[in-house]
Design a protein around this ligand. Structure first.
Ligand SMILES: Cc1ncc(COP(=O)(O)O)c(C=O)c1O
Length: 353
């Protein structure tokens, strides 16, 4: 705290990211990173671009990256916005589109950064409860609103909505923007990008942090109709003209051009998720159906906080949220390599679980 802080800074409630421990030997299953490295082609692209041109500013439009994303998703480059991680893309769209007289709606259990951006930008919001089984009831989002945002699959539950339900919402809710945050969609969902040409009220956000193993480079993007993208560009160019550095642009392009590595890594994680779900179920856990690179699991005889602490003693870190009370029994466990998942199970067996 400092006497130089403004009142505004005093009242902010910042996001608390998952721990990034300095100890190397921990089995780190707490922040939904990809356990596999980026592909060789991506690493080569970074090495090839780590040269004297780094003295020059990057392309402010990151046009090569927009083109690669557009080609991959079958849209026009003018329908793509890129930012320094999808968190930055989200921040810009909250600032640009959700500061409305009516409240923004999002689920009561969801990505906790949404509330933080509302605090930062003074956005009025209302949360909509998930059903008993933690599924998202889009019909409950029908009240008057200044925008709607939800992740699909949702975080931290991993539960997926079919595209048909999202399309029905877009048809009912034509007067405000619907944002689908698809950070985890590559692990089992169908992308709503397929709907952007039909619906001017839809913006889809994705990231290269999860399915493309590039959390450390910070690359996120949004796809929507050109007028929405133009709005985001106006904000970006009023904030930071160069959010994407030269290495990030080169690596992002290489990633979208390496279909084989992308497929292999995500299929491996999907297979491991199914195996881990079965192994935990055998041990008495109840595991929500997940379409993400993590699972949300609880045990009837053990408290979530105690389990997380016991795992930590055995060198395995997972994420536990004490609030809201409804999710306190659960652990959010990132899918690791086969070895990491085996270490998790061994640690559970040693903790008496
Ligand atoms: C639902 C959701 N959206 C967005 C993000 C942000 O991802 P990034 O800023 O790494 O692109 C995350 C990160 O965990 C997330 O869980």
């Amino acid at each position: 705290m400092s006497r130089f802080w403004s009142e505004f800074v005093h009242h902010l409630e910042p996001y608390v990211p998952g721990e990034q421990p300095k100890m190397a030997r921990l089995v780190k299953l707490n922040t939904n990173e990809n356990p596999y490295p980026p592909s060789d082609k991506v690493l080569k692209a970074i090495a090839d671009h780590a040269d004297a041109t780094l003295r020059l500013y990057p392309d402010p439009d990151a046009s090569a990256l927009k083109q690669a994303i557009a080609d991959f998703h079958g849209v026009q480059p003018g329908q793509v916005f890129v930012g320094n991680g999808s968190d930055e893309v989200l921040a810009h769209l909250f600032m640009g589109f959700f500061r409305q007289p009516k409240p923004l709606l999002f689920p009561d259990i969801t990505y906790s950064f949404y509330k933080v951006y509302c605090g930062l930008y003074g956005i009025d919001y209302r949360t909509v409860p998930l059903r008993e089984d933690f599924s998202l009831a889009l019909a409950d989002f029908d009240s008057h609103n200044g925008g709607i945002i939800f992740p699909n699959p949702n975080a931290p539950t991993g539960r997926l909505l079919p595209l048909t339900e999202i399309e029905a919402l877009l048809q009912r809710n034509t007067e405000s923007l619907v944002v689908v945050d698809e950070a985890y969609v590559d692990f089992g969902g169908e992308s709503a990008i397929a709907l952007v040409n039909q619906y001017p009220n839809l913006l889809v956000v994705q990231t290269l942090s999860k399915s493309r193993s590039l959390a450390g480079l910070r690359i996120g993007f949004a796809v929507g109709q050109a007028p929405l993208i133009d709005g985001l560009e106006r904000i970006k160019n009023s904030f930071n003209s160069y959010p994407m550095d030269r290495l990030a642009i080169a690596a992002g392009v290489a990633s979208f051009n390496d279909h084989a590595a992308f497929e292999e890594s995500r299929q491996r994680i999907i297979a491991s998720r199914d195996a881990l779900t079965a192994a935990l179920t055998e041990r008495g856990f109840s595991v929500l159906p997940s379409a993400a690179n993590f699972i949300f699991a609880s045990h009837p005889e053990h408290e979530g906080a105690a389990l997380a602490a016991a795992l930590r003693e055995h060198g395995v870190i997972v994420r536990h949220f004490s609030k809201p009370a409804r999710i306190a029994p659960y652990l959010r466990i990132t899918i690791g390599t086969e070895e990491q998942n085996a270490a998790l199970l061994a640690a559970l067996d040693q903790t008496g679980e």
